[in-house]
Design a protein around this ligand. Structure first.
Ligand code: C2E
Ligand code: CA
Ligand code: CA
Ligand code: CA
Length: 277
């Protein structure tokens, strides 16, 4: 098992070492990259803990930079948010994700596809209609699309995002609260927004089997989500210990390097065919 894991990590398309780029990027460079189609979607599998089945994928955007190689989103998402580019970025990511998911469905692989949205996406009341139309035009059933919402800052006007998220839910788009337990992803949101899924942040998952405090926070989050009727995903499942720990908890889904790193869309079908725990 360990050997398999080491080999899998070696074969991984996203070694941790390439994550840090030496450069910072300008708004103009990013705007150009979006327009030129240089943002590419990679996908990380999400696995049902009880059956081991691959049920879906999370879309993780990368910037395929002509000189610097693959740039990770922590180096350009905030730049997009701060400079009015996040709407266009999200549109690109969504359309590509729908196209890839449709292809997988056609190939007999009915994966649910999740995309990340930030609160800055939830400012215009026509966003739900835009998403609905795109899903409809892609030919995918609406239940196969999920939005993962991260709140990176305090909201100025929480009423608009709340209204938008409620409308999305009415359109049968799944809603996931991301990074639960960190930043501004908070209990208040659980009261107000009809989330269907909760993702417990890596910080409370990796190593939880060896740390009683982490375990307590993990189990409390899980229990609360259960009472609210939400599915629960454990993020950052990095090793066999994390995986084994989760088996005993009743958590629904696992995501993390133990299962797989994110990969380009064309690798997904073979990966799913080869996957076993
Ligand atoms: P996230 O949504 O919490 O995504 C999970 C991040 O953890 C990803 O980093 C993923 O590659 C990484 N990861 C997955 N499994 C493991 C693991 O086992 N261990 C560790 N240490 N890390 C793991 P990535 O791809 O660099 O994305 C970072 C963040 O950028 C994402 O965090 C998300 O908030 C944001 N992001 C990514 N794509 C998009 C997008 O299209 N739109 C927006 N608005 N944000 C995005
Ligand atoms: Ca996410
Ligand atoms: Ca997350
Ligand atoms: Ca995160």
């Amino acid at each position: 098992d360990e050997l398999r894991h080491v080999l899998q990590q070696r074969a991984s398309p996203e070694p941790a070492a390439v994550r840090a780029s030496r450069h910072t990027y300008t708004v103009d460079a990013l705007r150009h990259a979006i327009a030129a189609g240089n943002l590419v979607n990679h996908y990380q599998p999400k696995v049902d803990l009880a059956t081991g089945a691959v049920t879906g994928v999370e879309t993780l955007v990368r910037w395929a930079h002509p000189q610097d190689g693959l740039i990770f989103p922590d180096q350009f998402i905030a730049l997009a948010e701060d400079n009015g580019l996040i709407g266009e970025l999200t549109r690109t990511v969504l359309l590509d994700a729908l196209r890839h998911a449709h292809q997988w469905h056609m190939d007999g692989l009915p994966l649910q596809v999740a995309i990340n949205v930030s609160m800055d996406n939830l400012v215009s009341l026509d966003f739900p209609d835009v998403v609905e139309r795109a899903v409809h035009e892609s030919g995918l059933p609406s239940g196969s699309v999920m939005l993962e919402v991260t709140e990176s800052r305090l909201m100025k006007d929480p009423l608009t995002p709340l209204e938008i998220l409620t409308r999305l839910r009415l359109k049968r788009i799944g809603l996931s609260i991301d990074d639960f337990g960190t930043g501004h992803s908070s209990l208040a949101q659980l009261r107000d927004i009809p989330f269907t899924e909760l993702k417990i942040d890596r910080g409370f998952v990796h190593g939880a089997s060896r740390d009683a405090s982490l375990r307590a926070i993990f189990e409390a989050s899980l229990g609360m989500a259960r009472q609210l009727g939400m599915k629960v995903v454990a993020e950052g499942v990095e090793d066999r210990e994390d995986w084994d720990f989760l088996q005993g908890t009743g958590c629904d889904f696992a995501q993390g390097w133990f299962v797989s790193r994110a990969m380009p869309p064309e690798q997904i079908p073979d990966w799913v065919a080869d996957w076993e725990v």
